[in-house]
Design a protein around this ligand. Sequence first.
Ligand code: DQA
Length: 149
Amino acid sequence: MSSKVLILNGPNLNMLGTREPEIYGAETLADIEQACQKTAKSLDLDVDFRQSNTEGELVDWIQQAGTEGFAGIIINAGAYTHTSVALLDALLACDLPVIEVHLSNIFQREEFRHHSFISKAAQGVICGFGGNGYKLSLEGMAGLLQASK
Ligand code: DQA
């Protein structure tokens, strides 16, 4: 049976394609989801890909991930990365492997983006590879899940 991976996207990521394309690229979130579904298939993973602009909804999804049968979480928390103790606490409590992903290289940008609250809960962090970072995250997650079998 293939493992289920939850991919969560935070605020403003629904605007990809038109949002600051010089930073985030021309791909839409739907393009990224399509690429994730393709990569997941090749890795024998099932992906559920979600986006919310609401912090509480992301917290709810993380809380429910275990009972919904997910084996791991990949998260691009958008700006909540830099502000949200609530997301950190939910990720610490969920007892699943977590990979943090960002399209841009957050360390090359404004100083307030250099700190991530959620990194403390993440097994690995991938940033700066644009939409391809999601593919790399899925490959990383497949490795983690394989190693834990
Ligand atoms: C982002 C980086 C964050 O600083 C920003 O607030 C985002 C997107 C990224 O994917 O590069 O919304 O997470």
